[in-house]
Write a new protein. Structure first.
Length: 327
C-alpha cells in the first residue's frame, strides 16, 4: 500500500506540475487573462486532489478485503502436526494483492498427514473463488476419504461445480501427498511440479533433489479423471529429511537478463548444514526469489516445507495395510 500511495502521488504531482506550467506560459503570454485562468485552474486542482483521496481510500479497502480473504481461505499452517514440522508461504504476482492463485493446506488425519498444493490458472483477486472451492473440498475430503484417490475425485467434483458449464479454459494443477506413520509417502499429481527432497548434511548445504516417482495426470478441470488413478509411491521420508512443495512460479521466475531462478541450489543453501528448519527454508527462498527478480514476479509463488521430525520406528513396526482400490 505504501508503494501504491507513492505511485498515486507521483502521477498526481506530474499532472499538477503540467497544469501549473501551462498556467505560467499562458499568464506570461496573455497577462490580462491571469485572474480568469486562476479561477478556472484552482477548482481543477482541488478536483484532482479529491479524486486522489477517493482512489487511495478504495485501494485501502481492496487491500483490507484481500487480507481478510487470505486469513479465511489460505490459513497459516501450524508449526507442527503429528510429528511433521512445517512452514508455508506465498508471494503474489498481483501488485497490491495479498492473495494470488496458489493454494496449499496440510492436515493431520486418521489416514496420515495429508497435504495439497495447487495453482489456479490466473492470479489475483479473481482466483480467490476457485482457491476457496478447492481448499474447502480438501479440508473435508482429507478426513473422510480413506484413499488419496477418493480425495482427488472430491476435489475434481468440487471444481466442476464451482466452474459450472461455462468453464472455458479454467483449470487447477494439484499435488496430493500423504505421509504415513513410518515416513512412507504416496502421491497423486495433476499437472503440478514434483517436490524436492532435502537431506541434512553435517557440513555444507543440504542435499536437494527433485523426486519424480510416477505418472502425472492433466490438471483438474480440463478432462474427466480416468477410471484408474496412478498412485505414486515415493521413497520413505527419513527422520530429519524434508520435502519442499512448490508451484511453478518458483522455477519460472527470471531476472532482468531472462535467467531462471535456480530453485534446487537455493533450497540447499536455504537449508544450510545441520538440522533442516522449514520456516528458515521458506523465508530464505522467498528472499532469494525477490532478490533474483528484483521484486517483479510474473506468476504467484507458493512454498511448503515438511520435515519428518518423528523418532525412527522400531524394526518390528508394521504399517497398517490400506485397501489398494484406486477407483
Amino acid at each position: 500500500m505504501i508503494g501504491t500511495r507513492a505511485v498515486c502521488g507521483r502521477k498526481l504531482g506530474l499532472v499538477m506540475a503540467g497544469v501549473w506550467l501551462l498556467c505560467c506560459v499562458l499568464v506570461w503570454r496573455w497577462h490580462g487573462l491571469c485572474g480568469p485562468l486562476l479561477a478556472a485552474v484552482l477548482p481543477l486542482a482541488y478536483a484532482f486532489r479529491g479524486r486522489r483521496s477517493r482512489l487511495v481510500r478504495e485501494l485501502e479497502r481492496a487491500r483490507e478485503v484481500a487480507a481478510a480473504a487470505q486469513e479465511v481461505v489460505l490459513r497459516p499452517l501450524p508449526s507442527r502436526l503429528d510429528g511433521i514440522e512445517m512452514a508455508g508461504g506465498c508471494l503474489s504476482a498481483s501488485r497490491g494483492a495479498a492473495l494470488g492463485g496458489d493454494l496449499y493446506e496440510v492436515l493431520a488425519t486418521a489416514h496420515g498427514v495429508r497435504a495439497v498444493i495447487g495453482d489456479v490458472r490466473g492470479h489475483g483477486l479473481a482466483a480467490i473463488g476457485t482457491v476457496a472451492a478447492v481448499l474447502g473440498s480438501f479440508r473435508e475430503a482429507a478426513h473422510e476419504e480413506p484413499e488419496l484417490a477418493g480425495v482427488l475425485r472430491r476435489l475434481d467434483r468440487a471444481l466442476r461445480r464451482h466452474l459450472g458449464d461455462d468453464r472455458g479454459e479454467e483449470f487447477v494443477t494439484v499435488l496430493l501427498l500423504e505421509i504415513g506413520p513410518g515416513g512412507e509417502v504416496t502421491a497423486l499429481n495433476c499437472g503440478h511440479p514434483w517436490p524436492y527432497r532435502l537431506h541434512e548434511q553435517p557440513v555444507g548445504p543440504a542435499l536437494a533433489r527433485q523426486i519424480t516417482p510416477g505418472e502425472v495426470l492433466p490438471p483438474l478441470g480440463l478432462f474427466p479423471l480416468p477410471a484408474e488413478l496412478p498412485l505414486a509411491r515415493c521413497t520413505a521420508l527419513r527422520p530429519g529429511d524434508a520435502l519442499v512443495l512448490h508451484t511453478d512460479g518458483a522455477e519460472d521466475a527470471r531476472d532482468a537478463h531472462g535467467t531462471f531462478f535456480p530453485l534446487r541450489h537455493a533450497l540447499g543453501e536455504a537449508a544450510g548444514s545441520g538440522p533442516i528448519i522449514p520456516a528458515a527454508v521458506v523465508a530464505a527462498v522467498r528472499t532469494a526469489v525477490l532478490r533474483h527478480t528484483g521484486g517483479r514476479l510474473a506468476d504467484d509463488i507458493a512454498l511448503v516445507a515438511l520435515r519428518n521430525d518423528r523418532c525412527p520406528l522400531p524394526a518390528s513396526f508394521t504399517p497398517r495395510v490400506k485397501r489398494t482400490s484406486l477407483r
